[in-house]
Write a protein of this length. Structure first.
Length: 119
C-alpha cells in the first residue's frame, strides 16, 4: 500500500496479542489510518493501546492478525517498517549525563547502525 495513492499508511486487521497464561492484551483490533488523517488512539488503562503501538513499531510480534505500515508487513518486513517510522516513548529515553549528539549516537548503535550512517 502506497501512502501517496490514497491507500492506508497504517492498516491493522484482526490484530491479536496474547501473552503467556492466555492474557489477551489486544483482541481482534481493526483500523486504518490514511495519509494526512488525524487519528486518536484512545481507551482505558489496559485496553491494549501500548501493545498495539509496540506491534506497529515491530517491538512486539502479534499472535495473529495483520499489521501493515507504509505498505510493509510488520512481521514479514520489520526492517522496512523501521525505516519509515519514528517513535517517541512517553518515558524518558535519554541519558541526561550525555550530550544530545552522544545520545543520538547511543541510540543509533543500539539499532546496529554504523558510524557513517549515524553521522
Amino acid at each position: 500500500m502506497d501512502e501517496q495513492n490514497g491507500q492506508p499508511v497504517i492498516s491493522v486487521t484482526d490484530l491479536v496479542k496474547e501473552y503467556r497464561g492466555g492474557v489477551r492484551a489486544v483482541d481482534g483490533v481493526t483500523f486504518e489510518v490514511r495519509r494526512g488523517e488525524n487519528f486518536g488512539f484512545l481507551g482505558p488503562n489496559g485496553a491494549g493501546k501500548t501493545t498495539t503501538i509496540l506491534t506497529l513499531i515491530t517491538l512486539l510480534r502479534p499472535t495473529s492478525g495483520r499489521a501493515v505500515v507504509c505498505g510493509h508487513d510488520v512481521v514479514a518486513e520489520p526492517d522496512r517498517v523501521r525505516l519509515r517510522i519514528g517513535y517517541v516513548s512517553q518515558d524518558i529515553a535519554v541519558d541526561d549525563t550525555l550530550t544530545g549528539e552522544e545520545n543520538l549516537y547511543l541510540q543509533g548503535r543500539l539499532y546496529h547502525l554504523d558510524r557513517e550512517t549515524i553521522a
